[in-house]
Design a protein around this ligand. Sequence first.
Ligand code: SF4
Length: 369
Amino acid sequence: MDRSSYCDLVKRVLANETLNIQECTRILSSPEIELLPLLDAAFEVRKTYTGKVVSIHILNNAQNGFCPEDCHYCAQAKTSQVDIDEYPLKSNQEILQEAKSAYERGAFRYCMVFAGRGPSGRRIEHLSRLIREIKSTYPIEVCVSAGIMDESATQQLKAAGLDRLNHNLNTSQRHYPEICTTHTFEDRLRTLQAARQAGLQICSGMIVGLGETIDDIIEVAYRLRQIQARSIPVNFLIPIGGNQLKVISELTPEFCLRVLCLFRFLNPDSELRVAAGREGHLRSMEVMSLYPANSLFLDGYLNVKGSHRARTLRMIKDAGFEINSEFSVDQILANEEVQGTIQDDRESFVMKDLADLRPHKDHPSGQGT
Ligand code: SF4
């Protein structure tokens, strides 16, 4: 592909044209489409909507484990043998303290995640009270991930001030029965429709590496365009020994970057998040993900550590990006320096964290997101 073809691609995407399946397939797999000009084209699109700003998300796993579902990639699933630190719902005080800490670390949005098939009426009331308290105390957006919900539940959360509801599609409709048998792809779509009806922004994404085909990845990217997902986390499977998933895909840094470019072209103005697995799968090319993606998670994932936040913040700054926060990267790092939370990790985090993230091929599986 010559230079003018990449410019043409950018123009068509910015004109909101939908790329066809053949074009999407070529983006993911054709050696004729070289990675650097492709990333540059994705960056042109990203810059149009979000400049060089990176939105930081911090996850709070408000409750861990005890899930009756069998998502094969998830360490919290009833079928998982992973020895996780199961705990019931955290106290309000703890959740509020974590919201404060997320705000002080430059998070634009605070994401509360609750394991389970879906919340009861009582849980929805409890969540509504928590959301009201967080929103009235900190200038931070709030997102909740709590499983399958109907419209009455999503309306109550909207009335409490919730900004976004997360519910990932995870994989294509065709591939869904291979990764979960206790609920369906359609259940997930219905929850997203209920969120939209209630006026909530939709956050929904996928996990790449679950044994899906290229067509499955393209289908999810199209679906998210169709349902107008405003926020799209793209996770790269972190296999964890003891989970149920038996088929995992080999992912290369280049393929992961191509996937991010594809999601950017099909969802040009959405917040695209390079989510779980960025450290282990993108490796030395991790910083390149900031060209198609404009968001990331800081401080790790649900049951897996990420790299230390100081390293991630420095990566953002070194590449000339800035964060979507009233604090600058320097202010956050200086604050942590004062609190003494950086020094211990500064020398050892690279080896330690990458070792933790290394896939265990003999005992494959994944993460719950
Ligand atoms: S992904 Fe969510 S619903 Fe599925 S097993 Fe994990 S916690 Fe339960």
